[in-house]
Design a protein around this ligand. Sequence first.
Ligand code: AOF
Ligand code: ZN
Length: 373
Amino acid sequence: MASASDHLYMSRAIELARKGCYTARPNPCVGCVIVQGDQVVGEGYHQRAGEPHAEVHALAMAGAQAQGATAYVTLEPCSHYGRTPPCAEALIKAGVAEVVIAMQDPNPQVAGHGIKMLEEAGIKTRVGVMEAEARALNSGFIKRMQTGRPHVRCKLAMSLDGRTAMASGESQWITGPEARSEVQRLRALSGAIVTGVGSILHDDSALTLRETELNLPDAAELLQKQPLRVVLDSRLQTPADARVVTGPGDVMIFCSVEAAKARKQALEAAGAEVLMLDSHDGRINLEQMLEILVTKDINDVLLETGATLAGAMMQQGLVDELIVFMAPTLMGSGARPLLEMPFTSMSEKLNLNITDIRAVGNDWKITAFPNND
Ligand code: AOF
Ligand code: ZN
């Protein structure tokens, strides 16, 4: 059903969408290409929530040439009045003849209505061209809309022998500067960064974006849009002067014990939001934590923590994507494992699909997805 030219134009629309991937959140990143005959007459992408959608930019560029043209969009054109008017209406008004759509919008306010509006206006639609690629652009937005939970990426750094820290907890630095720069970009893609209090106490990590390491054209804007930092800290041990608290951007600390009133007040006075969660045996309810993040419109969570919390999240099936940086070092048998998951038989092992392995400086970046089949 999809021709070579469909792939060509949709690939371009996906490339355009990607330009908004650091700035569009909590909106999805979306790209649009308008083609008249075999000429591209309009291009656009969604840059920021509150600003025009991809189609509006592309239609403005196409002007009168949109009449009778084919529009390629990476996401179903919207049908609702949100922060901006409906794109389906704009496409109809501009006299577009056909709309090729990579995927339906999972937002229940749209979910098929945009396609219906176009069809009812006599515009031909085709849905599903390069759908897998389009879905990969917005895994967090899709997960939040469909499940009420964010997409969780767990980032870990390990030696070739699968170790992440020495027995003392010392872990800086396993990987090289290029991998750390890649982690900065993973942070910039995320609405929230989640860590455990252990990492804060041991490394005093700030978990912020830093311009020099980010190495992106939008760096100045991204520094203003720091991801929310989240610390899981059952007994409120985070010092009020920790860099995660005093650094730029919002901070949320989840605890599970009522007692520490003075510490709660000190953290609040330092600017952190402190929230009490349900707990079991003193352990924070991780599902509840993720659901609270969704109320803050968080699509993507980057889990940057030690082997204990990462292992618990993994075992509870709360990790959607695993990103492991593997460094060309051996840390020895006294060092800590990648994930604390005390399995005893092979029947417990978790299987993964590794979808990408690439060199980043002297390290390797491995992307894997839990295999739930
Ligand atoms: C489109 N084209 O480029 C984007 C769409 O608050 P608003 O008005 O910005 O609407 C946000 C919703 O619109 C978002 O949740 C998603 O359903 C859709 N995003 N739709 O037609 C775009 N970014
Ligand atoms: Zn729209």
